[in-house]
Design a protein around this ligand. Structure first.
Ligand SMILES: NC(=O)c1ccc[n+]([C@@H]2O[C@H](COP(=O)([O-])OP(=O)(O)OC[C@H]3O[C@@H](n4cnc5c(N)ncnc54)[C@H](OP(=O)(O)O)[C@@H]3O)[C@@H](O)[C@H]2O)c1
Length: 302
């Protein structure tokens, strides 16, 4: 079975084809024949850091169920699914059934897979923020995968959302339902948005600008950030770092997300669909290494 990975740290060129044993599902797992694989920043970080020995990266897969574990009752052979797993850069993968959900016919594997990690993370951030009707929410990284999911989920909860991104993304971000767009490359957003937000969601790359998040939060407001670094807090403002969800929480979040997408209430921008070849993965990682527009997806079978 064909997979892709690396045996040492480096640039995109360290990725190579690997002949892998076909994985058998454990009792609570399903085996999936991959149709589409989603690329994430975490894959880039794994590649840059290297692993101990051969590493097959990847977390997000969409495909067809090709085998089910003894204890799995919710899936059958031939089901279309999306799943969050590990070692997803492969023709055949296994995933915990609780971290997998059915994919309706109306959603392509490419769109479904593109939603997984950014959608689950955006969902988690909105949950951690306890965002509800009437809240004013600032989303930084509004044009990114996590940020654009968080905007749509916060809007669906009745929040008034302000998006911050580069000016070239103004049209795209406005289409997500924000009340107001602020371009960080046209001036300092803090000047316009000081003490404005009940909740600041920082989904910008590496959660940069924590001090700005504090400045934009109201007294006793909340910052939910992808950054590990807590900024210097004041005025009763609290900070939460969002960690990746695991286990059945992933499945529960994915169910909500896929349901919203099937109703046309949640979109994800797929920027690049690349082939399941070494060139496809190398190109995908080159894109991950630089600013890019939309999610990067590897198409395994058209
Ligand atoms: N902890 C977790 O569970 C978890 C899970 C998934 C992702 N993450 C992390 O979350 C971050 C976002 O991930 P993603 O997949 O959404 O990445 P992405 O799609 O590449 O989006 C990142 C966004 O950051 C924005 N950005 C860059 N510089 C900025 C600045 N100075 N001010 C405001 N925005 C800026 C970019 O927007 P512009 O082009 O508009 O500048 C870009 O759209 C990454 O650091 C990722 O590692 C964490």
């Amino acid at each position: 079975m064909l997979g892709y990975g690396f045996s040492h740290a480096g640039g995109p060129e360290v990725i190579d084809a690997i002949d892998l044993a076909t994985p058998a599902p454990g009792p609570q797992e399903i085996q999936i024949k991959s149709q589409a694989i989603g690329l994430n920043n975490r894959d880039r970080i794994a590649r840059q850091m290297g692993g101990s020995g051969l590493t097959v990266p990847g977390y997000d897969v969409a495909g067809i169920v090709s085998a089910v574990g003894d204890q799995v009752t919710q899936f059958a052979l031939g089901d279309r699914v999306v799943a969050r797993t590990t070692s997803a850069y492969a023709e055949i993968v296994t995933a915990v059934a609780d971290m997998s959900v059915l994919l309706p016919e109306s959603i392509t594997p490419e769109n479904g897979v593109a939603l997984i990690t950014p959608g689950v993370t955006g969902y988690r951030m909105v949950e951690l923020g306890h965002i509800h009707d009437g809240d004013t929410v600032i989303v930084k990284g509004a044009s990114g995968g996590v940020g654009s999911a968080a905007i749509q989920l916060a809007v669906a909860r009745g929040a008034s959302v302000i998006g911050i991104a580069a000016s070239r993304h103004e049209v795209d971000v406005n289409q997500l339902g924000v009340q107001h767009f602020v371009a960080y490359d046209r001036g300092n957003p803090v000047k316009e948005l000081a003490k404005t937000a009940d909740v600041v969601i920082n989904a910008a790359m590496d959660g940069i600008g924590g001090d700005d998040d504090v400045a934009m939060a109201k007294d006793n407001g909340l910052i939910v950030s992808v950054s590990h670094h807590e900024p210097l807090l004041n005025r009763g403002i609290r900070f939460i770092h969002t960690r990746p969800l695991g286990g059945s929480e992933v499945g529960q979040a994915l169910k909500v997300l896929i349901n919203l997408m099937s109703q046309g209430k949640l979109t994800v921008k797929v920027g690049y669909v690349l082939p399941f070849t070494r060139e496809g993965f190398v190109k995908g990682h080159q894109l991950l290494d630089e600013p890019h527009e939309g999610r990067i997806v590897i198409q395994v079978t058209p």
